[in-house]
Design a binder for this molecule. Structure first.
Ligand code: GRF
Length: 216
């Protein structure tokens, strides 16, 4: 399975995917492209080190968003991925991309959807809201991308307990370490081995066992 990984920041989820492929936790998969909107994204350094083709194209390089959207669609069509993985991608994915790759785009969100998600919930802000609300449990979600924001069918989730002494930063880091970097690779491997299907707005995983997810 060819995957294109879209990034905007540090790329630790990208690194988890690279490492999981190299260590055999993700099978049948190659990263055919890393795309970033942000030329300063350390994720690009990670792609370079791993010898993965990358493209950087910022919306700022275009007259308007429409032209950027067209360019992004063409970049992805040229890469011809079977799956598009949003790994910390802060660019709003244009509807025309969602339609062109319907059912073949997944995203990692740093909370247990449907809590603390939707427009404006990204990065540290998610964890700030979790702490503000006094939630005892948070975590991460891998879901299919549809035309909404964080609204597509849920593939995997992994809970992480919130600690009384947590800051947004410590909670973010623990959710990345204990949840994101585990369930994103697992979701990709499941998809690469045709273990996932969508029935209505729910995902069915062949031989699914949450204990396996919890033990990751
Ligand atoms: C992660 O917390 C992810 O959940 C969110 O953005 C962050 C990206 O981190 N979407 P990285 O670029 O993968 O390190």
């Amino acid at each position: 399975m060819r995957i294109a990984v879209l990034v905007s920041g540090g790329g630790t989820n990208l690194q988890a995917i690279i490492d999981s492929i190299n260590e055999g936790r993700i099978t049948n998969t190659e990263i055919c492209l890393v795309y970033s909107n942000n030329p300063k994204a350390y994720a690009i350094e990670r792609a370079k080190k791993a010898g993965i083709p990358y493209v950087v194209k910022s919306p700022k390089e275009f007259e308007n968003r429409q032209e950027f959207n067209e360019a992004l669609l063409q970049i992805l069509k040229d890469a011809d991925p079977d799956l598009i993985v949003l790994a910390g991608c802060l660019v709003v994915i244009p509807k025309k991309v969602v339609r062109a790759f319907e059912g073949r785009i997944i995203n990692i969100h740093p909370s247990l959807i449907p809590s603390f998600c939707g427009t404006g919930f990204y990065g540290l802000k998610v964890h700030e809201k979790v702490l503000e609300r006094g939630a005892r449990v948070s975590g991460a979600t891998v879901h299919f991308v549809d035309e909404g924001t964080d609204t597509g069918p849920i593939i995997l989730q992994k809970p992480v307990m919130v600690r009384d002494d947590d800051t947004a930063e410590t909670l973010q880091r623990r959710i990345m370490e204990q949840a994101e970097w585990k369930i994103m690779p697992m979701a990709i491997d499941l998809l690469a081995n045709n273990k996932v299907k969508v029935e209505g707005n729910k995902v069915v995983i062949e031989d699914y066992d949450q204990n396996i997810v919890d033990s990751l």
